[in-house]
Design a protein around this ligand. Sequence first.
Ligand SMILES: CC(C)(COP(=O)(O)OP(=O)(O)OC[C@H]1O[C@@H](n2cnc3c(N)ncnc32)[C@H](O)[C@@H]1OP(=O)(O)O)[C@@H](O)C(=O)NCCC(=O)NCCS
Length: 252
Amino acid sequence: MLPDPPKSLLHRWATPVQVLLTLGLYLQLSVLGGLAAAPGLYGAWAVFDATVAWPRAARAVALAMAGFAAYFSYAVCIIVVVGAWRLLTRAASPLGRFRYYSREGMQWASYNALILLVRYTCINFLRVTPLLPLFHRLMGMKVGARVQINTAVIGDSNLIEIGDDTVIGGDVTLVAHAAERGDLLTARVKIGSRVTVGLMAVIMPGVEIGDRAVIAANAVLKKGTKVGPDELWGGVPAVKLGARGEAPSEAT
Ligand SMILES: CC(C)(COP(=O)(O)OP(=O)(O)OC[C@H]1O[C@@H](n2cnc3c(N)ncnc32)[C@H](O)[C@@H]1OP(=O)(O)O)[C@@H](O)C(=O)NCCC(=O)NCCS
């Protein structure tokens, strides 16, 4: 842990500064979200104009469908808009250990806010489709071929690597940061190829998982845990339960 923070100006004014930054962030997210929503709104508007003479019930159906189509159009467009914005600004989670109220802390928060814009508006419709790996790739993650991701809860994408044919199960928490005792620490997470990460498992910063390993449902892999290739890990905190070609009881 770092020594107690000196009472810097930023520390003293942390809350008003955070309010101002939050408002600035809302403005930025409004621009990005608005750009992504515009094509769908344009289409829905066209349907609105084209159906003026229709009977009310038929028009209601057409407009409701156009509204849903506009939402799905937003879900696809926001990936591209946010990804392009990240490339333009080079936003990323920084590596290391730092104070919440620091330049790195703000960098971390503003990068992850981009991910949250997608997570809180439409990510559940992107789960288990190629669009979700594409989104994380655009956010800086190294993602292999045919990876299936069935969770919304991924942060710090630029610090995460996932190999080919890996499955990230339903509602897994996959993050490369931890807030601890006043500090924020980040470390790269590396998941190999053909790995199965079970339902609702928690993967903490610095975790490495070898090829073909299986992580049991609900397992919690503590910071820095190293799982070897072909191993089976489970529990809270997770321990090795076995390995391919080895009975579970033979595990140490
Ligand atoms: C861990 C898992 C692979 C074990 O399945 P299995 O190979 O058929 O083996 P078993 O059910 O015989 O369990 C082997 C051992 O692991 C233990 N175990 C099984 N699931 C566990 C879990 N979620 N947490 C902790 N221990 C678990 C069993 O108690 C058993 O221990 P024992 O030998 O001391 O009795 C399976 O339970 C699992 O969690 N799979 C994840 C599937 C998943 O979520 N996929 C994601 C997409 S749906």
